[in-house]
Design a protein around this ligand. Sequence first.
Ligand code: SF4
Ligand code: SF4
Length: 193
Amino acid sequence: MVSDEYGFFIDPQRCIGCRACVGACAECGTHKGRPMIHLDEMDRMESPQTVPTVCMHCEDPICAQVCPADAIKRTDDGVVHSSQKPRCIGCENCELSCPFGVPIVFSGMEQMLKCDLCYDRTSEGLKPMCATVCPSQALLYVPKHQVAEMRRSKPVREFLVGTLKVKTRTAVMVPDSEIPLHLDAALLIEGGF
Ligand code: SF4
Ligand code: SF4
């Protein structure tokens, strides 16, 4: 069980693109050399800005809703897990439906794997690997009440995807001056942020 006291915070403004998170994630034995974190370049011609993407652990995960094999489980601590191997049929519904582009169905194994908040670590009170190695603390795993003391930006856990409101366990830090009621993930994908 992961403590509800702790939260995972993504702070894209602090990301320096070093890829330490990707390397650390790939070392985890549970997914055997495959990183579950994605590091995206926003617009390489215009900016060096990079953005790490991990599972947002949605309260009502769309990936699980569209899974015809009931292979994706959310535990009571709010963590949405990788697909269960005996159930997953590799149909890619989850990959296509996730508003944040997180799940990947790996060819060869025909199974969806994704970030599970390093459940083997966080359920034992340890930080996820990526948050352990991130040198700029763009990936932060701390007691929720500490964030206000550590950052001027604010955590956002509600996103608009078209007209659909998605609430998440993981938060994205947004500058005070730009805080929206919701981030519109569709606008982000179109580069209109
Ligand atoms: S972010 Fe995507 S993969 Fe993660 S729980 Fe939400 S819908 Fe599922
Ligand atoms: S690929 Fe697997 S986990 Fe994803 S929707 Fe299909 S059966 Fe479910």
